[in-house]
Ligand binder design. Structure first.
Ligand SMILES: [Mn+2]
Length: 341
C-alpha cells in the first residue's frame, strides 16, 4: 500500500511501491529533463543516473546528465559513462522542464549542479536516506531500499519499461556497490531477486565485480598500503582509525577518488566496533568517514557536525586539522563506547 502524505504542495512516498502516476505526471508534461546525483559519485549514483537516462530517452525526452566532479576510474567501464558532462559544460541560465535527483538527502549534495535548477523546474527526488529533506515536487524516499538502483528498477517495472543489457549492467553495478558486494544489512531478498533479474537481462556478475573491485591502478594499491600503515587502535581495540594525508596522495600519485572504500578496512578487524578514515582536505579541515557495527549510530555522530548518512556508515567535515580531529573523535567514541557496553 502506498503511504502518501502531503508536504506543503509536495508529495511524499516512503515505501517500496513507486509513485508511478505522480512521477509520470511530471515527466509527461516535460520535454527536457536533467538527471543529477551527488558530488563524489559512487556506483549507485552513476549506474542509476545512466539507467534513468535510458528510461527517459525511451519516453522521448531530451535528457541532460550532469556531474560535479571526476568519475572514479573503477566506474569508467559503465556503458554510457562518457555522456555525463561536467557542470561547467552547462550555462548557468539553462532551463529544464524537470529534474530527476538521485541519492541526495538534501539539495546541497548535488554540489555545483544546483545552479541548473532554474525557474519552474519540477524536481523528482528519489533517495534511500532516512533523513531526506523532501526538496522535490514528488519525493520518493524508501529507506528500506538497498540502493536507488533498486528503487529505479521498481519504477521501471511499474511503468513496463523493458530493461536491456546496458541498463541491466548499470543497475547491477548500483546494487552491487551500495550493498558492499551483497554484504550490508540492506541486502534484502528483494535486492537479491532484482540482482538475479538483472543477470537474466544481461548483467555479467563476474565481469562487473572484477571491473569495480579487482582492477586497481598501481597508484591505488600504493595508497592502500600507506593508509593501512597508518592504522591505530583505541579504546581497548574497539575503535580503529585510518589516516589519509595530502602527502600520501602526492607520494603515490593517487587522486581523491582512489580512497573510496578505504574506510571499510577499519571494520575488517576482530573486536572493532567503530572506525573512521580521517582525510586531510583544503583549508586545514578534515573529512571523516565513519563505519560501525553493534548498534553504534554513526549517522548521529556525523549529524552533530553537519554531516549525515546511514546508521552504520556516515560522514562529515571537521573544521580543524587532522590531529585535532583525531582528539575530538577519540572523546566522542569514548562516550559512545560507554553508552553501549
Ligand atoms: Mn545509494
Amino acid at each position: 500500500m502506498k503511504s502518501k502524505v502531503t508536504h506543503k504542495t509536495n508529495s511524499v512516498f516512503t515505501d517500496s511501491t513507486p509513485p508511478v502516476d505522480e512521477i509520470m505526471a511530471i515527466l509527461n508534461g516535460s520535454a527536457s529533463v536533467l538527471v543529477a546525483s551527488h558530488v563524489d559519485p559512487d556506483g549507485d549514483a552513476l549506474g542509476t543516473q545512466l539507467a534513468v537516462a535510458a528510461f527517459l530517452e525511451h519516453l522521448g525526452k531530451e535528457v541532460f546528465l550532469v556531474r560535479d566532479n571526476d568519475i572514479p576510474f573503477k566506474y569508467r567501464f559503465l556503458p554510457g559513462i562518457d555522456r555525463i558532462p561536467l557542470v561547467d559544460d552547462y550555462r548557468a541560465d539553462q532551463v529544464f522542464d524537470a529534474a530527476v535527483i538521485l541519492e541526495c538527502p538534501n539539495i546541497e549534495r548535488i554540489g555545483r549542479a544546483s545552479k541548473l535548477l532554474n525557474g519552474g523546474i519540477r524536481v523528482i527526488n528519489i533517495d534511500h536516506h532516512q533523513d531526506n529533506g523532501l526538496f522535490g515536487k514528488v519525493n520518493w524516499i524508501n529507506a528500506g531500499a538497498s540502493s536507488v538502483g533498486e528503487m529505479v528498477y521498481e519504477l521501471f517495472e511499474g511503468t513496463g519499461f523493458k530493461i536491456d543489457g546496458e541498463v541491466a549492467e548499470q543497475l547491477y553495478t548500483a546494487i552491487l556497490t551500495d550493498t558492499g558486494r551483497f554484504r550490508y544489512r540492506s541486502t534484502s531478498p528483494r535486492a537479491m531477486h532484482i540482482a538475479g533479474n538483472l543477470i537474466e537481462a544481461g548483467a555479467d556478475p563476474q565481469a562487473i565485480c572484477d571491473r569495480v573491485y579487482y582492477n586497481l591502478q598501481p597508484s591505488t594499491m600504493k595508497l592502500i598500503g600507506k593508509v593501512l600503515n597508518s592504522i591505530e587502535f583505541h579504546h581497548g581495540g574497539q575503535v580503529c582509525l585510518l589516516f589519509l594525508t595530502r602527502e600520501m596522495l602526492e607520494q603515490t600519485g593517487a587522486d581523491e577518488s582512489e580512497s573510496d572504500g578505504l574506510v571499510d578496512y577499519a571494520l575488517f578487524n576482530a573486536g572493532v566496533r567503530a572506525g573512521a578514515l580521517l582525510k586531510e582536505i583544503d583549508g586545514g579541515k578534515t573529512k571523516v568517514s565513519f563505519r560501525s557495527k553493534d548498534g553504534i549510530n554513526v549517522a548521529s555522530i556525523a549529524g552533530r557536525f553537519g554531516g549525515g548518512g546511514h546508521f552504520n556508515a556516515s560522514g562529515c567535515i571537521f573544521d580543524v586539522p587532522i590531529k585535532d580531529t583525531k582528539q575530538k573523535l577519540l572523546r566522542i567514541f569514548e562516550e559512545e563506547m560507554d553508552g553501549h557496553q
